[in-house]
Design a protein around this ligand. Structure first.
Ligand code: SAH
Length: 455
């Protein structure tokens, strides 16, 4: 039987793709079905038929998977932020472990890495310390805020996201009421007119400090004092600012931040280190898991206090400062200059004087310093973006011959590729562990330890 578009088929879901789509076969033909879970028997309608596989839309779950649970969020399918919220959390963790192991095997050729059990969360909800809510108008002209529907700019009204801090809902209500009461307009992406574009909220989970930043298509907010009066009634309110973004762009934040009340930043802690976070700075969004991830990295680095450590892709120095407590000297490298400013400020804030930072691409800074100054490392930590490390960077790591390399990765496919490179040049993978920084989504973080083989 030849399958064609709009055919409706019954499929048993036998696997899940890396991005969470269910995979099953109809008449031997492989189908990818969004929102279908491993173990589900589903009815699906073919949307796109390719030579060897196709995509189908989930119509009906005939027999649910034993791991299927009722999602907490009523708009979970439209929103697209949580791809696997309907999967029991323990099954989510198994899925992520399988994904990491699969990539290490397929891409890296590693069949014998002793992976330690994935680090999950006790409570896998309300873990995000940062949220950016777009503001717009619905069909009836009401001001709404919520989330963009998957792969679009259509706002699904929702102020109760189960991943964000619980206080977000109250803050959003205050902002919406203020906008309605004082006729403050919402930005319209199509016309480029209107004022309020986004509401950015950050909360320090340890410190309890809250930041509210309204991103506006203008320089200021009318009757801002009325908004401030209401917001400061919320316990923990520390920073209220406006971010000026008058450009017609999808980029959420502009460059200028104006203070309305309090300070322009909040502070939070990971372990013993205090970090200063401004609206524009990068900070890990799941502080509970970040701490566990960094502790794993620290354990793998096995520092005794005399080591020289390089932390490549260091951001605002989060890992560097964590390691500096246990090392002789830490050098961080990061491409974004503002992040390095934050890193230096954070070092000073914590009285850490054994950390130094360089601005630039890791694949440029490291080889240059190695050629010119013959820099040395006992341990190198890398935490690159999804595309992984540049080969030039890996090549220099090999030349520097550190005893240990700790690789923190947000994409196990590029991790597998880079581990393979290092293992073909004198290193071996000793330990590895996945950490679930983003429950309900398909993303997973992994830490790996490589040691130099005796020559
Ligand atoms: N280790 C930090 C940040 C990790 S995110 C933390 O845990 O908070 C990855 C970082 O790599 C980002 O800050 C990004 O700006 C930086 N980056 C991206 N490409 C880079 C490159 N080629 N060289 C150095 N840093 C880079």
């Amino acid at each position: 039987m030849d399958l064609k578009k709009n055919d409706v088929v019954t499929v048993l879901i036998e696997d899940m793709a890396a991005d969470g789509e269910g995979i099953g076969k109809a008449d031997g033909f492989t189908l990818f079905i969004k929102d279908a879970l491993i173990g589900d028997m589903v009815e699906a309608k073919l949307m796109k038929v390719k030579k060897n596989y196709g995509y189908a839309r989930l119509m009906n779950v005939i027999t649910p998977s034993p791991d299927r649970v009722e999602p907490k969020c009523p708009v979970y399918r439209q929103c697209g932020g949580c791809q696997i919220q309907a999967l029991d959390y323990q099954a989510q963790l198994k899925f992520k472990e399988r994904k990491v192991r699969g990539n290490l095997e397929r891409i890296g050729g590693f069949t014998d890495i002793p992976l330690e059990p994935i680090i999950g969360m006790e409570n896998p909800y309300h873990y995000r310390n940062k949220a950016q809510f777009p503001v717009g108008i619905d069909k009836s002209g009401e001001i709404v805020t919520g989330f963009y529907a998957g792969r679009s700019h259509h706002i699904i009204p929702n102020t109760r996201c189960h991943l964000g801090a619980q206080v977000n809902e109250e803050i959003l209500q205050v902002v919406l009421e203020y906008m309605k009461k004082y006729n403050v307009s919402a930005y319209n992406e199509v016309t480029g007119k209107g004022l309020v574009r986004h509401i950015l909220i950050r909360t320090g989970f340890i410190s309890g400090e809250i930041m509210v930043c309204l991103v506006v298509n203008g320089k200021k907010l009318p009757q801002a004092e009325k908004l401030i009066d209401e917001l400061i009634k919320i316990e923990g309110m520390t920073s209220i600012t406006v971010n000026v973004n008058e450009k017609r762009t999808n980029v959420i934040l502009g460059e200028e931040v104006r203070l309305l009340w309090g300070t322009t930043y909040i502070q939070d802690n990971i372990g013993d280190i205090t970090y200063r976070i401004s609206p524009l700075s990068f900070y890990q969004v799941n502080p509970i898991q970040t701490r566990k991830l960094y502790e794993t990295a620290l354990e793998y680095a096995d520092l005794k206090g005399e080591e020289t450590v390089w932390d490549l892709y260091c951001g605002i120095g989060t890992i560097s400062l964590f390691l500096a407590q246990k090392a002789k000297m830490v050098y961080g490298v990061e491409i974004v200059p503002q992040a390095i400013e934050d890193a230096r400020a954070n070092a000073a804030l914590n009285n850490i004087d054994n950390a130094e930072f360089y601005v630039g691409k890791a694949e440029k800074v490291l080889p240059e310093l190695y050629e010119k100054k013959g820099i040395y490392a006992d341990v190198i930590v890398v935490d690159p973006p999804r595309k992984g490390c540049d080969e030039k960077c890996l090549e220099t790591i090999v030349k520097m011959k550190p005893e240990r390399v700790v690789y923190v990765s947000c994409d196990s496919a590029t991790l597998a590729r880079d581990l393979r490179y290092l293992c073909e040049r004198g290193y071996e993978v000793k330990r590895g562990r996945a950490c679930d920084m983003f429950p309900m989504t398909t993303h997973v973080e992994t830490v790996a330890l490589l040691t130099r083989k005796a020559q």
